[in-house]
Write a protein that binds this ligand. Structure first.
Ligand SMILES: [Zn+2]
Length: 373
C-alpha cells in the first residue's frame, strides 16, 4: 500500500510540474505590451538627409513672427530640406508679421507661408467679399497658398448651428480667387476612416483611438466619412482652374487604386504624403508602382515638424531596407519596407512637382534642367 501511495504522489508531483511548465503559454499578453525586438538580421541603411534638396509642403510653425529662423534653417540644412512651407500663416497682420520676420532674416527663398481664412462668419453678407480682399492682401504680403484646416468643412458651424460644408457655394469666390492669383489650396478633409468605425478589435486604429479618444467619431458625427470626403472632391471638380493639394493622400493611402482613379478624374488635384508614410511602407511594391504611374502628382509633406522623424520618411522612399519600424506604434503596429524609388521619381516628389505647383519657389536653388523649361 505504501509503495502505491508513493507512486500516486510522484505522479501528482510530475503533473503539477508539467502544468507549471506549460503555464506561460496560457498567459495572455496584451496587444499594447507585446512588442518584441526583431531577431531578423538584414542590411540596414538609415538615411539622415534626403538624397535631393526637398520642399516640405506641409509644415506648421505658429510662432514664425518671433521665431529664431537661423535655428530652423540649420535644422533644415542638416536633413537637406531646401524649403519649408509653413501652412499656419493665419492671414492679415499676423501673416505680414511672419513674412516680415522672414525678410529680416533674408530667408524668403527658404521659407514659404500659406495663409488661412475664417469661415464661421459665412452668414455675414460681406463675408465672401472681405475674405477675397484678405486673400489679395495676404498675397501682396508674400502668401503663396491657402491652407484649409480639417475643422473647416467638418466641425465649423454657421450662425444657425449648421455644419458648414466645404463645397458650400458661398465659398466659391475664395477658390476662384486662388485660381486667379495662381496659388494652390492645400486642404485637409476628414481623418482616417477607422475614426468613424466601432472602437473594437476589428479597428486598425484601435490603439490610436484608445490613446487619443477625442479622435473617435460616431458613424454620422458630424457627417459620414464618405460625405466629408465627397464634398471636397466636389469642390475640386467644380473649380478646375484652381490647384488643390489634397493632404495626407486624401486619406486614401491605404487604397492607392482608388486614389489613382481620383487623380485620373481630377487633373487639378495633387496629393502630399504627410503622416501616411507607414501606409506606403507596408505595401512597398504596390506603392512603388503608384509612384511610377503618378510621379507628376505627388508632393513631399510631413505635417508635424519633428526633425528626428524625417529619416523614417527618407528610408521608406529611398532605401530597399526590409522590416523596419515606424516611430509611432499607434499609427502602425506593423513593420515597413523601403520603396527604393528611382532618382527621377525622387526628384519629382522632393522638389520638381512643388516647383510646378507653388509659385515663388526659386528654381535656381536646384541644379536642374527646369530652369530652362
Ligand atoms: Zn497639417
Amino acid at each position: 500500500m505504501k509503495k502505491s501511495l508513493l507512486i500516486i504522489l510522484l505522479i501528482q508531483l510530475w503533473l503539477s510540474l508539467d502544468a507549471q511548465r506549460r503555464d506561460p503559454l496560457d498567459v495572455k499578453i496584451d496587444f499594447e505590451s507585446y512588442d518584441p525586438p526583431s531577431t531578423l538580421v538584414v542590411p540596414e541603411n538609415p538615411i539622415n538627409a534626403a538624397k535631393f534638396p526637398f520642399v516640405d509642403v506641409h509644415s506648421h510653425h505658429w510662432r514664425m513672427a518671433e521665431q529664431d529662423l537661423d535655428k530652423l534653417i540649420a535644422e533644415m540644412d542638416a536633413m537637406n530640406m531646401q524649403v519649408v512651407v509653413n501652412l499656419s500663416g493665419r492671414g492679415g497682420e499676423r501673416l505680414k508679421a511672419m513674412t516680415d520676420n522672414i525678410k529680416k532674416y533674408g530667408y524668403e527663398d527658404r521659407i514659404i507661408v500659406f495663409t488661412n481664412i475664417e469661415i464661421r462668419s459665412i452668414d455675414d453678407p460681406t463675408w465672401a467679399e472681405n475674405t477675397v480682399k484678405q486673400l489679395q492682401y495676404d498675397y501682396d504680403n508674400g502668401a503663396r497658398g491657402l491652407k484649409i484646416y480639417k475643422s473647416q468643412g467638418m466641425t465649423n458651424q454657421d450662425s444657425s448651428g449648421n455644419r458648414i460644408r466645404i463645397n458650400d457655394p458661398r465659398i466659391d469666390p475664395v477658390w476662384e480667387k486662388c485660381g486667379e492669383l495662381g496659388i494652390p489650396v492645400l486642404i485637409h478633409s476628414a481623418d482616417p476612416k477607422p475614426f468613424w468605425m466601432p472602437h473594437d478589435s476589428l479597428n486598425e486604429r484601435w490603439l490610436e483611438l484608445k490613446l487619443r479618444p477625442g479622435r473617435k467619431r460616431s458613424a454620422d458625427n458630424p457627417a459620414s466619412w464618405e460625405n466629408i470626403i465627397a464634398e471636397a472632391h466636389d469642390l475640386f471638380r467644380r473649380h478646375s482652374n484652381t490647384t488643390f493639394i489634397n493632404a495626407h493622400m486624401g486619406w486614401f493611402p491605404n487604397n492607392l487604386e482608388k486614389l489613382g482613379t481620383l487623380l485620373d478624374e481630377i487633373p487639378n488635384m495633387y496629393v502630399e504624403i504627410g503622416a501616411v508614410i507607414a501606409e506606403l511602407g507596408r505595401q512597398p511594391r504596390n506603392a512603388a508602382k503608384f509612384f511610377e504611374k503618378y510621379q507628376d502628382r505627388v508632393l513631399f509633406g510631413k505635417d508635424s515638424y519633428q526633425p528626428g522623424e524625417y529619416p523614417t520618411y527618407f528610408r521608406v522612399l529611398e532605401s530597399a531596407d526590409e522590416y523596419f519600424p515606424y516611430y509611432k506604434r499607434y499609427h502602425a503596429f506593423w513593420k515597413m519596407y523601403g520603396l527604393d524609388l528611382s532618382d527621377e521619381i525622387l526628384e519629382k516628389l522632393y522638389y520638381k512637382n512643388a516647383l510646378k505647383v507653388i509659385p515663388g519657389l526659386n528654381p535656381d536653388m536646384w541644379e536642374t534642367d527646369m530652369k530652362s523649361e
